[in-house]
Write a protein of this length. Sequence first.
Length: 145
Amino acid sequence: MAKIILDSPASYAFTTEIPLRITDVNYGGHVGNDSILSILHEARARFLSKGGFTELNAAGVGLIMSDCTIEFRSELFYGERLLASVAAKTFSRVGFSLFYQLEKEGPAGERRLVVLARTGMVCFRYEEKKICTLPEQLRIRLETL
């Protein structure tokens, strides 16, 4: 089976700590793949908030996730310190990609890569249920976060 390999950015300007909940752990004893998607959502909301945006109002438009790619690299367990980094890249006429790097921090402060991910984000007018053009203000602000 072919393995997805993400071409992640060289650097991430935004990083936040996201606490793991006991409900993130699955029957295998580690954080489940469904929880990883929720963690990406939390990281995205915090990243957008830093720019003064939300998914419902990002420079006057909404945002909708069009696709997601997740590359798992290591297990993650309840009680570990999770650092989520986000970067906006590959802008188009109607959207952009958000890249994520999830790392766990070890006892000596070393970091271990857990997940690389990418979500395709499309500008969307929820009241009209239509895709719309990416506002220049949004692109400029996301590039500087």
